[in-house]
Design a protein around this ligand. Sequence first.
Ligand code: FES
Length: 153
Amino acid sequence: MTRHKKEIDTAINNFIGKKGALIPLLQEIQKIERYLDRETMRYVAEKTGIKLAEIYGVATFYTMFRLKPQGRHTIRICKGTACHVSGANRIAQTIRQELELGAEDDTTSDAAFTVMEVACLGCCSLAPVVMIDDNTYGKLTPESVKSVLMKYK
Ligand code: FES
């Protein structure tokens, strides 16, 4: 956690003592560290006097918080109904194979990519859809998703 201690201390000082500040504080720290690990949460508990269990509870309850390191690129594979019936599973399989991700892994060993499955991305007419960072790719096939990935490698 000490990677960005100074920035984290500044964030804590900005939020300390403010009511309802825990969520924005954790968001701010996540922006700095890219994710919230145990050590960081323990540090926040120490500095703020908020119980570690409470911090951990908030961090695990809200899906916006990430507890594990994230890759430089985030790949969101839509598994909503329209995408599911249009072959989202084959797209997901191809992506995982191309990135050589183990069955239990969601981030590549070089920390280049994190893959997650999400519900509807809101553009069902383009199914099957994948988002990489802020870019949306639709009407994908296993072949076309491979060339999309190449742009990010
Ligand atoms: S179900 Fe995939 S974009 Fe809606």
